[in-house]
Design a protein around this ligand. Structure first.
Ligand code: ATP
Length: 235
């Protein structure tokens, strides 16, 4: 479904990605783990066109999407939930969700998808008239994921969805990610510092260090790998 070939991305003179190769099959949950500053966020931003790569190729469903504009990439079926959520704090929950459907052409299915996300996160239904900025961190994360789902993505890019949330909420978010994949068949690319939880729900994982992929395997093998255990799973 998605293929990154030798992606090199820069911030001015700083090279953040040094030739990244990743492939994601339709229906998979793939996780990208690594330390702070390894280049995980930059990888997602390169895919969604926010920081276009300087060289390499990104293919989505056999279309070359390298250097396409972010709105074009969204309309092709890739939604990105950025780190820090970035919901619209002044807009209500419902208005935030409507914004997620803004680029859709099949307007008649929007109501059905509103119901789908509110069934997924019933708290959003309860809070639908409240301003997004008044929600708790966990609720804002739920809103950010739901807003992305309102674009009916084929591929959902999630950047650190568990960051800064209480353990019980983290658990809930991971369960829902798994459900979005299994019930709605949405393919998921999950960037996480919480490697343990991420590998538990993912089919396969990639490990990134210093702008390069250093390891790629099934989640099961990565969870059992001593180097991964020592570096990312707390020994
Ligand atoms: P984190 O978990 O901290 O978000 P990450 O693995 O997502 O880390 P990136 O944010 O992709 O890493 O950063 C990769 C590299 O690019 C780092 O060396 C970082 O300092 C650098 N970098 C990121 N954003 C910028 C920027 N706006 N300007 C300059 N350098 C940047």
């Amino acid at each position: 479904m998605l293929k990154l070939e030798n992606i090199k991305t820069y911030y001015g003179n700083i090279q953040a990605l040094k030739g990244v190769d990743i492939h994601i099959g339709e229906g998979e949950i793939i996780t990208l783990i690594g330390a702070n500053g390894a280049g995980k966020t930059t990888t997602l931003m390169s895919i969604s066109g926010i920081i276009p790569p300087r060289s390499g190729k990104i293919k989505f469903l056999d279309n070359d999407i390298t250097n396409r504009a972010p709105n074009h990439i969204v309309s092709m079926g890739i939604s990105h939930v950025p780190e820090g959520r970035h919901i619209f704090p002044e807009l209500t929950v419902r208005e935030n969700l409507d914004m997620g459907a803004f680029l859709r052409k099949d307007k008649k299915n929007i109501q059905k998808d509103l119901k789908y996300v509110m069934d997924l996160f019933p708290i959003l239904k309860k809070r639908s008239r409240q301003a997004g900025g008044t929600l708790s961190g966990g609720e804002q994360q739920m809103l950010a994921i739901s807003r992305a789902l309102m674009g009916r993505p084929r591929l959902l890019l999630l950047d650190e969805p568990s960051l800064g949330l209480a353990p019980i909420i983290v658990q809930k978010i991971f369960e829902i990610i798994k459900e979005i994949n299994s019930v709605n068949k949405t393919t998921i690319f999950l960037v996480e510092q919480n490697a343990n939880q991420a590998l538990k729900i993912a089919d396969r994982g990639y490990v990134m260090e210093n702008g390069q992929i250093t390891l790629s395997d099934t989640s099961e093998s990565l969870l059992a790998n001593d180097e991964v255990k020592n570096a990312y799973l707390g020994g």
